[in-house]
Design a protein around this ligand. Structure first.
Ligand SMILES: [Zn+2]
Length: 145
């Protein structure tokens, strides 16, 4: 589990000033650990800091994205979500309950790599492949489903 020192280190490693707001937002993303929306993050932080403004949280989120501390994830329902996991991974997206689960498979990554080595796309250099696999979880994992 992430602690205060780790959070500080992550911010300063990116040349960011360590502020309580940045610490709280980053902590919320790691603790929620489920590709939270900005609203999820705001309500999580308000449990301990009822006065935090949503504008502040949005600004911090933008900064953290710019500095590559977190990533944006867009769902099929067009809601922006945030991901604290930076290692390459794919997403399983539940159409019914909007839940996103990380999907990590070296085997799949290997297959994709081989495929695109053998089938190069004209006039395009691949940087990164992230699959968004949509479907339905048989047993739903969203707490409000
Ligand atoms: Zn993810």
């Amino acid at each position: 589990m992430i602690n205060t020192i780790d959070l500080r280190d992550k911010l300063s490693a990116k040349g960011l000033r360590v502020t309580p707001q940045r610490m709280r937002v980053l902590e919320a993303i790691y603790k929620l650990n489920n590709h939270p929306t900005a609203e999820n993050i705001i309500s999580y932080i308000r449990k301990s800091d009822p006065n935090v403004g949503s504008g502040t949280v949005y600004n911090v989120l933008e900064t953290l994205v710019e500095k590559n501390l977190i990533k944006k994830v867009k769902t099929e329902k067009d809601a922006m979500r945030y991901d604290g996991v930076l290692e390459n991974h794919h997403h399983l997206y539940c159409i019914e309950c909007d839940y996103i689960e990380d999907f990590v498979s070296e085997k799949l990554d290997g297959l994709l790599k081989v495929f695109f080595e053998e089938n190069q796309i004209d006039n395009f250099i691949i940087d990164n492949i992230k699959l968004n696999i949509s479907g339905n979880f048989i047993i739903h994992k969203n707490q409000n489903h």
